[in-house]
Structures are given as structure tokens and as C-alpha cells.
Design a protein. Structure first.
Length: 401
């Protein structure tokens, strides 16, 4: 069939029959264009093929011919059913038809059966249009398994890193919880006794000031213990169906009331519902912790921006995100930014660059823990002097419950 006729049908135009002769396929006036396309295909790296709308090969490069261990002339004019198992050929035909019908590109991984072996390729399919805007074929490029293996290895390394961080966070949380309970037991009599003593003396007494300092220090320690207990808590979350846009809008009054002078906040919401399963109190804690962190990064004032969007992830890549659709929250500030040597450590418990007694190092660690509990992912990008952007991905709930 290498030099035979290839029938191409299109419901919108009369039936025509084409040979593999480029002057007949496109008309003599466009033979040069097809020759250029064929030379481009031959020069491209990897395996490349051009099919008509019915799945017959119009042209393949040498790499593709070598893949099938056949001369190019024995491939052109035939279709996938001549070279691959029937079930695989049906899958390839369906993928080609989706491209021609939707007029959009498609990219996915395919297990390609070859002789007595099977190789993995990432195949990119794109529709090819004629001058009239009609789809006349599908151009497919195959990325070899060597590139996939490297990418998969990078993804695996990233997942192992995340697992290590999660286990470290869990271990630190258990340790923090144990310490917090012990400190709480010691702190209770200190606060109780200092309060009783303060109630029994006049404010003008010399010891009143010292007792007040003891109680204030105890109160600060109690707040720290509460943060430790919240961080290490293994309580079950009150999971319910939430809508991200509404959650942020309903909590915005409290966020704005917390802003120091000179700091403004703006919002931008996608015009579509973003429903996910979450604990409302915990997600509000995420917003508040990010707000406090942003304000500390803007001592001279600045702007905080909160926006939402919907993101689709098609395969497991370097991000470590499984395939799916995610509700996405962007939280950015115009602060001092985060140095590159600090960036990998910002979610570690007790890690802080802040000075003073109020820098506990638990704010972002708590954010990370809560997002993990929601089967989500948080990413941060920042440069010193250019602010920071925190992006949270939460699995979107599709359909109705």
C-alpha cells in the first residue's frame, strides 16, 4: 500500500482520493509547502508522524520508521491496525479522532507495544489545518522513555523529600506535644498563685510590679503552649464541604481588622464556585497565619493580595500533585521577600528569622501541617526585596453530594 491510494473523507467537502504524491495531495501549487513540512518532520528529534483524518500515515520521519523497524515507504498509506495490537490501535485512533474533532492538542503517556517489548512514550498530538481552516491531519511527536525516566526520577525524588518532611514534621509535633503538656502542668500553679497574690495586694505595693511581670510571662508562655498543642494535635478535623471564595469573603472582615496601619489588602475571585472538603476553623487559621506572616514582612507598610483560581493537573510531575482539578489560593505580599538560603526552611517548626519574644516559628509550620491534613499542597516563591507568593492547592470536589 506504500504507493497506493489513501482515501480522505470530510463531511463538509466532496469525497476526494489522494495518493502519497504531494503534488496530488495538496495540489501542485502547494507541493513546496508539503515538501518543507516533510523536511521539518525529518529534522525533528524523536519519532514524528503525520496522519490524515482517517488515521492513515501521510509521512513519518526516519526515527519513527526505525521504531517500527520498517522502511518509511512501507508505513505511509497504512494505519495503526497494520502495526500494533488491535486494542492499542483502537486507542490510538480514538486519541487522533479526539484531536481532529476538538481541534485541540493532546499530550499523554502511552505504553507502545513493539515486537516483543513495550516502551513508554509521551505523545503530543496536534491538529494540522489547511488554508481554509479545516483539519486535514494529526501531527504526532513521541518523546522517548529516557526523558520520561529522568522526569519520573525527579518526581520520585520530590515525593521522597515531601515524605521525609512530613515524617519529620510528625515527629517534631509529637515531641512538641509532650513538652507542651509537661509545661502546662508546671505553668498552671504559677498562673494561679500569681493571680491570687495580685488580688491580695495593692497596686502601689513594691512587689505588685514583679508579680504582674510573673503573670504576664506566664500568660505569654500559655499562649505558646496553646500553639504547640494546636500544632501537635492529632484530633480529627471537622471536614465539611466548603467553598473557597465564600470562605475568604466571610473571613475578610477579621483579616482586615487585624491589619496594621499602612498595610492594604485586595481580593480577586474566580467567577466560579471552588468547592473542597475542609475544616473551616483550620482553613481560617491558615489565612490568619499567612496574614500575620505577611504583615511582619512589611514593617513599613505594603499590600497583600488574595486571589483564587481553578487549576488542572494532568499527571504527576515535579510538583508532586496527583492528576486532578484543584481549588487554588494565591496569597502574596509586597514585603522584604525571603532569601534563597532561607526559603527551603520556612515550613520547619520553630524556624524563624524574626527577632523578639513573639517569633515562635510555628506560624508557617502550622499552615503547612493544615494543608497536608487537607490532602493539599503549598508552594512558595520569593526573591529578596520582591515580596512572596504562597500558593495553596486543595483537591476540588466535583459534582453534587
Amino acid at each position: 500500500m506504500g504507493g497506493g491510494m489513501v482515501e480522505i473523507r470530510d463531511a463538509s467537502v466532496p469525497v476526494e482520493r489522494y495518493t502519497n504524491d504531494s503534488s496530488i495531495l495538496f495540489g501542485k501549487g502547494r507541493k513546496e509547502e508539503l515538501d518543507i513540512m516533510q523536511r521539518m518532520i525529518d529534522a525533528m528529534g524523536g519519532c514524528v508522524s503525520l496522519k490524515d483524518v482517517h488515521g492513515s500515515y501521510l509521512h513519518v520521519n526516519k526515527a519513527f520508521a526505525d521504531l517500527l523497524d520498517l522502511p518509511a515507504g512501507e508505513i505511509v498509506g497504512k494505519n495503526d491496525f497494520d502495526f500494533f495490537p488491535e486494542a492499542d490501535a483502537h486507542s490510538y485512533r480514538y486519541a487522533d479522532k479526539w484531536v481532529t474533532d476538538s481541534r485541540e492538542s493532546d499530550e499523554r503517556d502511552w505504553h507502545v507495544a513493539l515486537h516483543n517489548s513495550c516502551r513508554v512514550f509521551r505523545v503530543h498530538r496536534a491538529p494540522v489545518f489547511d488554508e481554509g481552516g479545516r483539519v486535514f491531519g494529526v501531527l504526532s511527536t513521541f518523546i522517548s522513555g529516557a526523558f520520561l525516566n529522568a522526569e519520573e526520577e525527579a518526581a520520585r525524588a520530590e515525593l521522597e523529600k515531601r515524605l521525609h518532611e512530613s515524617r519529620k514534621l510528625e515527629a517534631v509535633g509529637r515531641f512538641a506535644g509532650t513538652i507542651a503538656h509537661d509545661m502546662n502542668n508546671l505553668l498552671t500553679p504559677i498562673l494561679a498563685c500569681s493571680t491570687l497574690l495580685l488580688d491580695g495586694i495593692d497596686e502601689k505595693e513594691p512587689s505588685y510590679r514583679e508579680l504582674m511581670m510573673i503573670r504576664q510571662a506566664g500568660a505569654s508562655a500559655r499562649d505558646m503552649i496553646e500553639r504547640l498543642l494546636a500544632f501537635s494535635s492529632n484530633r480529627s478535623l471537622d471536614m465539611q464541604r466548603l467553598e473557597l471564595n465564600g470562605l475568604v469573603q466571610q473571613f475578610s472582615d477579621l483579616l482586615e481588622a487585624t491589619l496594621p496601619d499602612g498595610v492594604d489588602i485586595t481580593y480577586s475571585f474566580i467567577n466560579a464556585p471552588l468547592e473542597f472538603n475542609g475544616d473551616r476553623v483550620q482553613m481560617e487559621q491558615v489565612l490568619m497565619n499567612l496574614l500575620v506572616n505577611a504583615c511582619k514582612a512589611m514593617p513599613d507598610g505594603g499590600c497583600i493580595s488574595i486571589s483564587t483560581c481553578r487549576v488542572g493537573v494532568h499527571d504527576l510531575g515535579r510538583s508532586g500533585l496527583p492528576s486532578g482539578v484543584y481549588a487554588c489560593l494565591h496569597f502574596s505580599d509586597t514585603g522584604v521577600g525571603i532569601p534563597q538560603d532561607v526559603l527551603p526552611h520556612i515550613f520547619e517548626p520553630f524556624f524563624t528569622t524574626g527577632a523578639g519574644k513573639k517569633a515562635s516559628g510555628l506560624g508557617l509550620a502550622t499552615v503547612y501541617w493544615i494543608v497536608q491534613q487537607h490532602h493539599g499542597f503549598i508552594n512558595v516563591s520569593s526573591k529578596e526585596g520582591e515580596g512572596a507568593v504562597f500558593t495553596i492547592f486543595l483537591p476540588l470536589v466535583m459534582g453534587r453530594q
